[in-house]
Design a protein around this ligand. Structure first.
Ligand SMILES: [Fe+2]
Length: 440
């Protein structure tokens, strides 16, 4: 890609026409419950794609360790003595014991709990008890923890099990250039939730690849998000990623309602605008808020506004990054919604909801999908679906997930019958097929 072109020109080059590129591969039910298909996804896709394992802020010092589970694997990330964050399979080379059993810790060396084999932060084996007693040779200086590709971007730590993988920036392509403007590395993960759900990971991912369900499932959003598909931009990129641009601070249908409704009224007051003054001209709220944010943003500490367009100050840029990440970008916050494969059961998944906020000057609390939370790095909460809320919009999405998982087993279901605005759903399944068939 030619770096001298503008971002808009490069974006245009990276787009594919969804209608032209769709082959029409059927989205059959077995993709959601077959163990064979689950294994194919693991062999050809999960082990070959970039995944987010942690947040960079979890590694302030050398020796800070975070583990992340995906499928049956546990990945160990650590900041080494040179300051680099590295990723290893979390397994001792002696007898296969898992090295670190907690999610977060700080160590001087990585020591296996079974026979005390001791590794440096760069993965090299430093000490093995009775090292002279190995007929095949002293393991010290010979063995090291098995390393994965590891890179940072957007304040996140990414890993890839494929040592031949394209570098992360190349794999993200134009998406990385677009996301850069938000300065994600300056945002704090104030919410960190995971719940186990009784559906295949793709049931949830499909949901995030379309907004056709928004009017049916998320009626509350209509007061401040324009959910009409005619007013929404859908873009599919040629590397498997895609995005959907939805207008915010504008009610459904372009703002034909007479009065400004919640929560838009509060948002306006927060920016020094009077909702009553906009009665009968609600469609003017969006540009007015954009203008106000532009005028006051910098003094409130939102330096990233300088990189964002007026549209980005009010709208939701919703990215789906292949294979399983949804980033919903707003000017002051973003969220990651991510269904992960279950270790053994194709009919279950682990659903993450991470919420990041850019701290404004003096703010001690953050507005999150679960109300006001402290403006600080959140502890990880893990629970079963239904035990606690994942945020009301995510709860609404999950409310149909289990019934859909059941329905996909039916002899009466053969393929999805998709609207044009759901093209990203079929495209996604076709990219999965491309991985499985070795076409990527
Ligand atoms: Fe939804």
């Amino acid at each position: 890609m030619n770096a001298s072109l503008s971002l808009a020109e490069r974006t245009r080059q990276a787009l594919v026409d969804g209608k032209e590129i769709l082959r029409g591969d059927p989205i059959s039910g077995d993709r959601y419950y077959s163990k064979e298909f689950m294994q194919q996804e693991w062999d050809h896709m999960w082990t070959r794609t970039w995944q987010v394992g942690a947040v960079e802020a979890q590694f302030p010092d050398a020796g800070c360790v975070v583990t992340h589970e995906i499928g049956r694997e546990s990945i160990l990330m650590v900041r080494d003595d040179e300051g680099r964050i590295r990723a290893f399979y979390n397994v001792c080379q002696h007898r296969g014991n898992r090295m670190v059993e907690c999610e977060e810790t700080k160590v001087r060396r990585l020591v296996c709990g079974y026979h005390s084999w001791c590794y440096g932060l760069n993965g090299d084996l430093l000490i093995a008890k009775d090292s002279e007693d190995f007929p095949q040779g002293n393991p010290v200086g010979k063995l090291n923890l098995k390393e994965l590709c590891c890179e940072t971007f957007g304040g996140l730590v990414w890993f890839n099990m494929d040592r031949e993988a394209k570098p992360l920036r190349e794999s993200l392509g134009i998406v990385a250039d677009q996301l850069e403007a938000y300065e994600m590395d300056k945002m704090v993960r104030v919410m960190h939730l995971t719940c186990e759900v009784n559906c295949n990971w793709k049931v949830i991912q499909d949901n995030f690849n379309e907004a056709y369900h928004v009017k049916a499932l998320h009626k509350e959003l209509a007061t401040h998000i324009d959910d009409d598909y005619q007013n929404t931009t859908f873009q599919i990129f040629n590397n498997g990623h895609s995005r959907m641009l939805m207008k915010g601070s504008l009610p459904s249908g372009g703002g034909k309602s007479k009065k400004v409704q919640a929560p838009l009224d509060d948002i306006m007051r927060g920016w020094g605008l009077d909702p009553q003054e906009f009665e009968g001209r609600v469609h003017e709220v969006r540009p007015a808020l954009q203008k106000q944010k532009r005028a006051l943003g910098e003094e409130r500490g939102y330096a990233q506004y300088a990189n964002l367009t007026d549209d980005q100050l009010s709208d939701y840029y919703h990215y789906t990054l292949f294979p399983n990440m949804s980033f919903t970008m707003a000017a002051e916050s973003y969220q990651i919604l991510r269904p992960q494969p279950h270790p053994t059961d194709p009919e279950k998944c682990l659903f993450d909801h991470w919420y990041f906020v850019r701290p404004a000057k003096g703010e001690k609390e953050a507005v999150t999908p679960l109300g006001m939370w402290p403006m600080e790095a959140a502890a990880h909460e893990v629970f079963m679906h239904g035990e606690k809320s994942m945020g009301f919009v995510a709860d609404q999405d999950l409310s149909v997930a289990i019934a859909q998982q059941q329905g996909l087993h039916s002899r009466g279901y053969e393929d999805a019958y998709l609207a044009g605005q759901e093209s990203r759903v079929r495209r996604y399944h076709e990219v999965i097929n491309d991985y499985i068939a070795g076409r990527v």
